[in-house]
Design a protein around this ligand. Structure first.
Ligand code: GDG
Length: 492
């Protein structure tokens, strides 16, 4: 089993004097103003959850967009500061965007074009002509920020996600012999029929093929990527080696299922801080004595939140005996709210919650509690422990870390995971109760059957499924990628 120490040893033994740089759009720590005072928060989202423990283990440099209103106040003139703020162990270098860049590159091309393009959630991608130049410009800006730090040294660079498709190409053009570059794609890669509508498909593929190593969560995403290359780019594909050679440069394509720090979360889940947080949350939301069904997501149309609410509505229709006995608690941080589709989703969720509560509530009980606030890590783990069921109902999801965090938090070996078949996590977590979010009847019956499981059956499933996450933890994910990365040699 991979541990934090193994990863530290790997990095210490093999990384030598080379620089190690991670580049992502979102930053791991954000500085905000609260009542005029500077405060910090850990960023929400899967990429941060996964990489923060890796970076803490290897003292590297993380380059990301400085998105917080107080970010400039705490960074030096190169945008740098040490993080985590309460346990300084690596360097964060913030890159600044103009409002137009944020609009065109982030809200526009990344999240209105690429995000829906890659997720089969029936949301039509919007390819605005004016967004693409900003996407190119910001990718180049990130490349310059990395090169500024590399100087004349050699470095391993690890790029994250769909915001930065062109970064590998810019990097290799700017410093051809000094860099080994890997890229991890955190969302699904669609099949060719879906991908081919993208007007910039060739540039995107060429950008990604400048990587030495390109990782996806699961094998079918790798295969979809190879199909797209096969149809669009003149290159040699080696299906046995899982690689593409273009203009003499080879890119390895590999599946690496991402995960969480199981042991870390498991240990924290046993502490008194968590007991205290549980107590406060149970009081705050009036959960004592109820069966608690929990959803935790960024508010995003890929996460299947309206579908989940529909299933809850149906559950109380079909099984009215559950009224006053069960409560559904949905926690959701707002995200990408400047995009009209996200605003509409938020309004849709509000209206549904209101309707369900109006329909089913009694004098002393209401079925749904919807809370939109950023949770601390302790609150997050406490909620995972409070619930009886954790419901993950994504319409399409690269992996889904909420599912794995929930399992890691259940040191008491209680609780049931309800999991959409359309998540990457479904391939590994075979003891979950599987649902199809598009099928309201099957979904609500899935919830009902989970509520009826015996304590013995729940424990049996939980022990087995936790073992899978413990083995396939975040250090294994990072260790496998970095071991492959460190095999590459720098060009002379
Ligand atoms: C992408 C892919 C893939 C949520 N609310 C709060 C909070 N969170 C944290 C959760 C979890 C993370 O955000 C969400 O991770 P997911 O994996 O579920 O989803 P995405 O953000 O869409 O991530 C996904 C992932 O990348 C990694 O490769 O699994 O498929 O879409 O960690 O706990 N964290 C805090 N407060 C909150 O209120 N602190």
């Amino acid at each position: 089993m991979w541990t934090r120490k193994d990863l530290q040893h790997l990095i210490k033994d093999k990384m030598g004097d080379y620089l190690f740089i991670v580049v992502s759009n979102r930053e791991p720590y954000v500085h905000v103003l609260k009542k005029g005072k500077v405060e910090w928060q850990r960023g929400a989202g899967g990429v941060i959850t996964a990489l923060d423990p890796v970076m803490q283990a290897c003292n590297g440099l993380w380059v990301a967009f400085g998105s917080g209103e107080a970010d400039r106040k705490v960074a030096d003139n190169k945008g740098k500061l040490k993080v985590p703020p309460d346990n300084q162990s690596y360097t964060l270098k913030r890159v600044w965007f103009t409002k137009e860049e944020e609009k065109g590159y982030y809200y526009g091309y990344s999240n209105e074009a690429l995000w829906p393009l890659c997720h089969m959630a029936f949301q039509r991608p919007i390819f605005r002509e004016e967004d693409w130049p900003y996407y190119v410009k910001v990718n180049e800006k990130f490349a310059k920020a990395v090169i500024e730090e590399v100087g004349d040294r050699k470095a391993f660079v690890w790029v994250q996600d769909y915001h930065l498709c062109l970064l590998p190409k810019f990097l290799k053009e700017m410093a051809p012999n000094q860099l080994v570059v890997a890229h991890f794609w955190h969302i699904p890669w669609p099949n060719y029929e879906a991908f081919r509508i993208c007007p910039q498909k060739k540039q995107i593929l060429e950008g990604l093929l400048a990587n030495d190593l390109l990782g996806f969560h699961i094998r079918s995403h790798c295969e979809n990527f190879l199909d797209a290359v096969d149809r669009e780019i003149e290159s040699k594909i080696n299906r046995e080696r899982f690689s593409v050679t273009r203009k003499g440069h080879e890119t390895l394509i590999r599946p690496y299922p991402i995960s969480v720090d199981f042991d870390g979360i498991n240990e924290i889940s046993k502490t008194s801080e968590i007991s205290k947080a549980k107590h406060i949350l149970v009081e705050e939301f009036g959960l004592a004595g109820y069966k608690v069904m929990l959803g935790i997501d960024r508010i995003d149309y890929t996460k299947g939140i309206p579908e989940r609410l529909r299933a809850i509505d149906r559950l109380f229709d079909e099984h009215p005996e559950l009224k006053e006995k069960a409560i559904f608690l949905q926690m959701g941080v707002l995200s990408r709210i400047h995009i009209p589709r996200y605003k509409a989703l938020n309004d849709e969720i509000n209206a549904m919650v209101e309707e369900i509560n109006w329909k089913h509530s009694t004098d002393n009980w209401q079925p749904v509690i919807m809370v939109r606030r950023h949770l601390t890590f302790f609150e997050l783990i406490a909620l995972y422990q409070i619930c009886d069921l954790c419901i993950v109902s994504s319409l399409h999801d690269g992996m889904n870390l909420v599912a794995k965090e929930f399992l890691s938090s259940r040191s008491d070996e209680k609780g049931v995971l309800i999991l959409s078949k359309f998540t990457g996590a479904a391939r590994e977590l075979s003891e979950a109760v599987f649902i199809n979010p598009y099928d309201p009847e099957q979904f609500s019956e899935g919830i009902y059957s989970a509520l009826k499981l015996s304590d013995k059956e729940i424990k049996k499933r939980m022990v087995k499924i936790r073992h899978v996450v413990q083995q396939n933890n975040i250090f294994r994910w990072a260790g496998k990628i970095l071991s492959e990365l460190l095999k590459f040699e720098f060009k002379e």
